[in-house]
Design a binder for this molecule. Structure first.
Ligand code: PMV
Length: 298
């Protein structure tokens, strides 16, 4: 079954929308998959629940894919499965889009290049998110760590020293990337000078993190993650649940911790090493974390 991975943004969510650098890594331990099966009527069948409005967005995104692939005859159903938490800052919309593009391409006997997967998935992301930066579809289409600036060439990162992350859920679905991004935009419109300074700092953090991520300087990377989380709090996208998990991870010895993705629920990430990994995991569980995913970034 054609599949694609999840992702997390290690540095620079939200500021990336304003043209600042960001770093995202694929999370291959979780994935979505899609398959096309014969059916007299067109249907979308999934093993996860979507609200009515989310179903409409998914249907619209599939229309974009059908158009891009030139498919007019829709005598099939699309079955989608996901081990990726949906709507929790792990790139589920981009991952689902890419799995569907792969499945529909297979159905008509073509293979799309990574560049094409990325391009079409970006069109789908516009349906889901309004004004996406494009970072999610990029990291998921190529399945490689990326240093990303909107509208510029993508730089893939060559990780010399693999490092381990624990990704933990608050148990609360975030409110929807589109709405949160629009809220941040309102804050920015109201207070351009302050928000511009925040975004600038978040961009500087991501830029400075690039070197530590590739060299595996986890001490420095951790400090930068903490700083990034503080700025995400300042622009109002954290939540009590996210802050509680971030604090628990830090108190248990994590090198760094921050929310990931759009925020206001969803997931956080903690950078750990061999010595503190289990302690951090236990601390997260004690603080109510759900669905902890361990990933090795390489
Ligand atoms: O929560 P997610 O996985 O949809 O990530 C959104 C990332 C943002 O930077 C908030 C938006 C974007 O388009 O980059």
């Amino acid at each position: 079954m054609p599949r694609s991975c999840g992702k997390i943004i290690l540095f620079g969510e939200h500021s990336v929308v304003y043209g600042k650098p960001a770093i995202a890594v694929p999370v291959k331990e979780v994935f979505t998959e899609a398959i096309v099966e014969p059916s007299p009527v067109f249907k979308i069948v999934s093993d996860f629940e979507l609200k009515d409005n989310e179903n409409v967005l998914l249907k619209n995104a599939i229309d974009v894919i059908l158009f891009e692939l030139g498919i007019k005859n829709t005598d099939f159903l699309i079955r989608i499965n996901s081990t990726l938490p949906v709507g929790r800052g792990m790139g589920s919309s981009a991952s689902i889009s890419i799995s569907i593009i792969k499945a529909l391409s297979l159905h008509i006997g073509i293979v799309k290049s990574e560049n094409e997967l990325n391009r079409i998935a970006y069109e789908c992301e516009k349906v889901f998110h309004g004004t996406p930066s494009g970072i999610d579809n990029t990291v998921i289409a190529y399945e490689k760590p990326v240093h990303f600036i909107k509208g510029e060439n993508i730089e893939f990162l060559n990780i010399k020293m693999p490092f381990t992350l624990l990704i933990a859920g608050t148990g609360k679905k975030k409110h929807g990337t589109k709405e949160i991004v629009a809220d941040v935009r309102k804050g920015y419109e109201k207070n351009k000078e302050q928000y511009s300074a925040f975004f600038e700092e978040m961009g500087n953090i991501a830029l400075s993190a690039k070197d530590s991520v590739t060299r595996g300087d986890i001490q420095h990377m951790g400090r930068l993650m903490d700083m990034n989380h503080e700025y995400l709090q300042k622009i109002g996208v954290s939540s009590k649940g996210l802050d509680r998990l971030v604090k628990a991870a830090k108190n248990a010895g994590a090198l760094g911790a921050k929310l990931v993705g759009a925020g206001r629920g969803g997931n956080m990430v903690a950078l750990v090493d061999k010595e503190n990994k289990e302690e951090v995991r236990q601390a997260l569980l004690h603080s109510g974390a759900v669905g902890i995913i361990e990933t090795l970034v390489r």
